[in-house]
Design a protein around this ligand. Sequence first.
Ligand code: GLP
Length: 243
Amino acid sequence: MKVIICNDYDQISKEAYKVVSEVFKMEKPIVGFATGSSPIGLYKELISAYKSGELDFSSLTTFNLDEYVGLDKSHVQSYNYFMMSNLFDHVNVNRENVHIPSGTGDLDSFCRLYDHEIEKKGGIDLQILGIGRNGHIGFNEPGVPFESRTHIVNLDADTIEANSRFFDSIDDVPTKAVTMGIRTIMNAKSIVLIANGEQKAQAIYNTIYGPVTTECPSSILQLHPDLTLIVDKEAASLLPQQK
Ligand code: GLP
C-alpha cells in the first residue's frame, strides 16, 4: 500500500491525476469510476487534460461503482447524471463503452450481469474510490460480506445523513442502492482511493491500521496488492506518521 499525504485538495486531485493518467497509456484501459465530492477535482484535471490534447478517452471503457435505487438517470442526484455532468459530457469517451449501474428497472438481473460484463471486458485496470465516514466503499456498508458481488444494499442512517446535503431534505435521500460488491472492487488490478477532510480521518486510520473486518469495509483494502491512498492532512490526522 502506498500512502500519499497532500497539503490540500488541489494537490490530492493532481496526485490522483498522475495515477489515473498512467492507465491511459494502455491500449484499451478499463477504469472504474466513483461519485461523491472527493473525485470531482480529479475529474476536472481529466477534462483539462483532454482539452489540452494530453489525454484521449476514445479507447476507454468505464464501469461505475454504484447508483441510488429509484432515481432515474435524468434525476440530478443520480450518479448517472453526476458522471455525465462532471466528466463524460466533457470528454471523447464512447458512450457505448460507459457502464453505470441502473437504479430503475430489473435490478436483480442487472446485478447478476454486471460482474460478468466486467470480467468479459478483461477486468478493471484501475478502480477509483472515495470512502464513506463509516468506511464504506462504493455503497458497501458495514456488515456487507467481503465476497459480495454487485448487489442491492440498504443504506446506513449515517450514509443517508451524510448524503442528505445533496438533496432538498433527508426524506428525499433514497434508502437503497445498487453497488459493485467488495469482491468486485478487490478484483480490480489497481485501486486509488481519495479522501479529504477531518470527517474521513477515522475511516482512513481504520483502512490502514484497523483489523480487517466487515465492520469497516475499506479495511479489506489492506489485502489488495496495488493500492494507493491519496489523502489530505486532515484525513491523515489520526495516522501515526502525522502525530
Ligand atoms: C457515497 C458514494 C461513495 C463515496 C462516498 C463519499 O456514499 N457511494 O462512493 O465514496 O459517498 O462521498 P464524498 O466523496 O462526497 O465524501
